[in-house]
Structure formats: C-alpha cells, structure tokens
Ligand binder design. Structure first.
Ligand SMILES: NC(=O)c1ccc[n+]([C@@H]2O[C@H](COP(=O)([O-])OP(=O)(O)OC[C@H]3O[C@@H](n4cnc5c(N)ncnc54)[C@H](O)[C@@H]3O)[C@@H](O)[C@H]2O)c1
Ligand SMILES: CC(C)CCC[C@@H](C)[C@H]1CC[C@H]2C3=C(CC[C@]12C)[C@@]1(C)CC[C@H](O)[C@@H](C(=O)O)[C@@H]1CC3
Length: 345
C-alpha cells in the first residue's frame, strides 16, 4: 500500500473561500504564510499565490482532487440564509457536508474546521451569556438554521483520533464588516424604503455582533490548537466580539454613520411578531401565484426583539482567543467601507 507523504501543515483549503467570511479568511491565511486552495461554486476575486477551483462541494470527486495535498480544511460554504430554498439548504449543508467529510478522510486531510452558527441553540427566546452546552434548538428559527444544526452534529461526530481526523466547529454570531452582503445592505435597503423608523420592543435587548476579523482569528486559532491531545477535538466554540450591545444601538450607529435617521418610535414586540407570523402565512399561501418576500420575517423580528449573546469563555480558555478588533473600531471600519450605501449616494 502506498504511504501518503504528509503535506505541510501550512497547506490548506477553504471551501466557500469566495464568500464574505471565506475571502477574509483566505486573505489572513496568506498573510500568515499559508498556501491556500479555494474551492467554491464561484470565483469572485484573484490573489497571487491562491489557487481557485470552481466546483460544488456536493461533488466528492471534484473535492478530492483539491484536497489530496492539503492537511487542513476550512468549510465555510453555505447557501445564503436569505435564499429560502429548503431543498438547496439540505443538499449543500447536510448532504454536501457528508461529502466534504468523506473527501477529507479519503484524501488523508487531518483537520476540518467548520463554520457553524451560534443560532443553532436559539429558539426565539432570550439567551444571555449562553454557553456551548446549551441544547440544540428543538424548534430552530428557520430551515437554514435547522440544516446548520445537522451539519454541526455530523462534523463533530466525525472527529476520530484513531483515524487521525480531527474536527472542530466555530459558532460565530452576527458577522459584520467590509463586503458583507447581508447585514448592512439589508439594513440600508430597509431604511431607504422608510421602514427603519421603529424599535421593536423596549430597545434594551443585548446582542452579539461580531467583526469578521475576529471570526477569522477564531478560525485560525482553532486550526492551530486542534491536536489529538487538545480539548478542542469534536467540540463547538462560540466566537464573538465579547461586547454585547443593544440591538437597536448597533443598528442606529450603523444607520447614523451612513447618514440615515436612527429608529425612534417603539412598537410592542408581541404585536410585531404576531404581524410577522400573519404576513409569513399569507405570503406562503400566495407563493404559487406571487413571490413576495416580507422585510420583517418572524426570524428577523425574533432576532431584533430578544437578548441573544453568548459566552466565549471556552474559546479563551482552550485556544487563547481574545477579539483583535474592538466593537467601536469595527463599526467605524464597516461604515467607512460602504461609501456607495451612504444616504444620497
Ligand atoms: N454571515 C453571518 O452572520 C454568519 C453568522 C454565523 C455563521 N455564518 C456561517 O458562515 C459561513 C460563511 O457565511 P458568509 O456570510 O460568508 O456567506 P457567503 O454567502 O458570503 O459565503 C458562502 C460561500 O459559499 C459558497 N457556496 C455556496 N454553496 C456552495 C456549494 N454547493 N459548493 C461550494 N461553494 C458553495 C458561495 O458561493 C459563497 O462564496 C456559512 O457557513 C454561514 O452559515 C455566517
Ligand atoms: C429588518 C430589521 C429588523 C433588521 C435588519 C438587519 C437584519 C437583516 C440582520 C440583523 C441580525 C442579523 C443576523 C442574521 C441575518 C441578518 C440579520 C437578521 C443571521 C440570521 C444570518 C445567519 C447567521 O447564522 C446568524 C448567526 O447566528 O449569526 C445571523 C444572526 C444575526
């Protein structure tokens, strides 16, 4: 039997490396001297020294070709939560992740770092300083999150020290920063439609928003600390900015920074949540005839009106994690990165 020569521990692949988080991760890995192969359904940029492989992670043979000479894989690919396609979520996040694991094992990859989500434990009720031992949500806030739960379980269960295949899951929450296609663009779009005048609830609910560079830092620390004798094997880790902020203060700071008015008028949480459920029911019934996407979905209202912040004590203890960019600096950098979204532009 031919023995496989172990590739350098600095040869890695980033599945989903063309995305928002993936690209920031690739850039930092290159800065740190890693040689990086990106595997993604799309190529959206070019960086010297990074090889791009266009393909679907559900295609095990295509993945195998890319993974055969890497020792470390980051899996941060997923359909966008906004795409609302249940078949695609299941195919990519669940079945596709199984094919990623098989390809890693067949190719002799030693470490797999999954980007999971803190929302795997969120059911719409307050979470204050939640630890990783909270049970998975029995009623997740949406189907995307349901598939993230399955995905995380599959990856963590695959950790096998005897087979020299180690896995870990990073659970970020509310990632933001330059080039994010989701949080700031949706917020600005909602403000431009005149729908950001209201605060849902009393406005005191605390939430984690995590700057993308801190999330990247957590991923790389996890990869570097993941060893057979380390506590990381088969575990999940919250990675946040460790500075919970009032949801509506965060939204207001971003809006005002971009030249829009901050929301001012309060609406009762239960009322808005009830209306969101009703709208969701009506639009679901009408879907065969017309595809309307409401701005205030039950999921967004739940996220906007409850506490959801998480402890990253475990990451501090096991991998020496500390955020590298503080929240106010992160907000300033983010606002400055969106000149095209400024009011009046
Ligand atoms: N953005 C957040 O707030 C947030 C929070 C917690 C967790 N996450 C997780 O972080 C990861 C990255 O999210 P993001 O915000 O960068 O999303 P993104 O949409 O910017 O990036 C996802 C990337 O995955 C790629 N991809 C999708 N389907 C694929 C497939 N079948 N094969 C290969 N590549 C595929 C896309 O082309 C894209 O480049 C995801 O796993 C997401 O669930 C995101
Ligand atoms: C219409 C307004 C009330 C809100 C406008 C901003 C929202 C679009 C974002 C505020 C919190 C964001 C968020 C996510 C998507 C965008 C928001 C709802 C996620 C659900 C995206 C998927 C991640 O896995 C979740 C996570 O656990 O980090 C995000 C949670 C926060």
């Amino acid at each position: 039997m031919a023995t496989r020569i172990r590739p350098s521990s600095k040869r890695c692949a980033v599945i989903g490396g063309s995305g928002f988080l993936g690209r920031h991760l690739v850039e930092r890995l290159v800065e740190k001297g890693y040689s990086v192969a990106v595997f993604d359904i799309a190529q959206r940029y070019d960086i010297p020294g990074v090889t791009f492989h266009q393909g679907d992670l559900c295609d095990k043979q295509a993945l195998l070709k890319v993974l055969k000479d890497v020792s470390l894989v980051f899996h941060c690919a997923s359909p966008s939560p906004a795409c609302d396609d249940r078949t695609l979520f299941w195919k990519v996040n669940v079945e596709g992740t199984r094919s990623v694991i098989q390809a890693c094992q067949e190719a002799g990859v030693q470490k797999l770092v999954l980007t999971s989500s803190a929302s795997v434990v969120f059911e719409g009720a307050d979470i204050k300083n939640g630890k990783e031992d909270l049970p998975y949500a029995k009623r997740p806030i949406d189907y995307y999150t349901e598939t993230k739960i399955h995905q995380e379980k599959i990856v963590l269960e695959a950790c096998n020290k005897e087979k020299d295949f180690l896995t870990v899951a990073i659970r970020p929450h509310g990632i933001f920063g330059p080039r994010d296609p989701q949080l700031v663009p949706i917020l600005v779009d909602t403000a431009r439609k005149g729908k950001m005048k209201f605060i849902i609830g009393d406005g005191t609910n605390l939430v984690d928003f995590t700057y993308v560079e801190n999330v990247v830092h957590g991923h790389i620390l996890a990869a570097e600390h993941l060893k057979a004798d380390s506590p990381l094997c088969g575990k999940a880790y919250h990675i946040t900015n460790d500075e919970p902020i009032r949801f509506w203060d965060f939204m207001s700071q971003v809006l005002v920074g971009l030249g829009y008015d901050a929301p001012r008028y309060h609406l009762p949480y239960a009322l808005v949540y009830g209306i969101a459920i009703l709208l969701w029911l009506i639009t679901s019934l009408l879907r065969p005839l017309v595809n309307i996407k409401p701005t205030f979905t039950p999921m967004r209202v739940a996220l906007a009106g409850t506490h959801h912040y998480y402890s990253c004590y475990r990451a501090k203890q096991d991998m020496g994690y500390q955020p590298v960019v503080r929240l106010q600096e992160a907000i300033a950098r983010t606002v400055a990165s969106y000149p095209h979204l400024k009011s009046g532009s």
